[in-house]
Design a binder for this molecule. Structure first.
Ligand SMILES: Nc1ncnc2c1ncn2[C@@H]1O[C@H](COP(=O)(O)OP(=O)(O)OP(=O)(O)O)[C@@H](O)[C@H]1O
Length: 271
């Protein structure tokens, strides 16, 4: 059993608030609902874990927030960032929000980096599209960020190409890149799934430091309930595109209410 302790009470104004978000896919003229009235909010400095088996709608929920969806998918409902509605914003407005306000860390960091450019040029390019600064200042910022995720020899690392680094190093590079943009929210979609145990530990530690040092709100998607137990303040359990349970982490693990949450916890114990 997990030890009970007081969970910090929520502040009144959420950083991000989803209200009745629905996603429908239109295929061959027919519409199928993939997300059903998803509602929750994120507060600064808190980690919300999103759990549920494969196909339950976790990634779709993240990508709805970022409005990074297949054109066949339509979103309804409200997604507010500090009160501003994201649903319906122009692509240009959204591009500013992605990175500046909301960082996105994905399972396979290779997909987020361009293989033919050095790590350094990608840092400079990304930093300079979000903030007005010289190349030299961008490189200084990159070195500091790489040092803070404890990667060895950052100046040398900046000269290397993504394919020259391991998955764990790349994931930490991506976290460092995200840190340079100082987002208030980080969405981490299965950030440790492709990593070995040691690298999993390092990546989770860096996410924890982001939350502690920069008061970042983290939406952590993982099928790994041990990671959720370790990191999250609250847990949202999704099943077939719906939120079936949302509670603080101790209540979810000690007193799960929904039969699907109970099943999910039982399957973890049997693993
Ligand atoms: N572009 C799309 N067209 C049709 N169906 C889609 C599309 N994208 C997602 N879906 C469906 O929506 C449902 C939710 O998918 P989603 O990727 O959010 O699941 P998930 O919980 O993240 O699963 P996993 O853990 O395997 O990544 C699935 O049934 C999936 O097949």
């Amino acid at each position: 059993m997990f030890e009970e302790h007081h969970v910090r009470s929520a502040t009144p104004e959420p950083l991000l608030a989803l209200h009745n978000v629905c996603a429908d896919v239109i295929e061959d003229g027919a519409s199928q609902r993939l997300l059903h009235d998803v509602s929750f909010s994120l507060q600064p400095g808190r980690v919300v874990g999103l759990a549920g088996q494969s196909g339950s709608g976790k990634t779709l929920t993240c990508r709805s927030i970022l409005q990074l969806l297949d054109p066949a998918i339509r979103i309804n409902g409200s997604i507010r960032l500090r009160g501003d509605e994201l649903n319906g914003m122009t692509e240009e407005q959204l591009r500013t929000i992605r990175g500046n306000d909301i960082g996105y860390i994905v399972q396979n960091p290779m997909n987020a980096l361009v293989s033919v450019h050095t790590i350094g040029s990608q840092f400079v390019e990304t930093i300079r599209t979000h903030a007005r600064c010289s190349k030299k200042d961008a490189l200084t910022l990159a070195v500091q960020a790489l040092e803070s995720v404890r990667l060895p020899d950052p100046p040398e690392l900046l000269k290397r190409y993504p394919f020259e680094l391991s998955g764990g190093m790349l994931q930490r590079v991506l976290i460092a890149l995200t840190m340079c943009l100082s987002p208030s929210i980080v969405i981490a979609d299965e950030p440790t799934t492709a990593l070995d145990t040691i690298n999993q530990y390092h990546v989770l530690e860096e996410l924890e430091r982001l939350r502690m040092n920069q008061d970042v709100a983290i939406l952590l998607i993982t099928h790994d309930l041990d990671v959720i137990a370790e990191m999250a303040d609250e847990v949202i359990v999704m099943h077939e595109g719906r939120i079936v349970e949302h509670n603080d982490v101790l209540s979810i693990f000690n007193r799960p209410q929904h039969s699907y949450t109970q099943e999910l916890l039982r399957s973890r114990l049997n693993e």
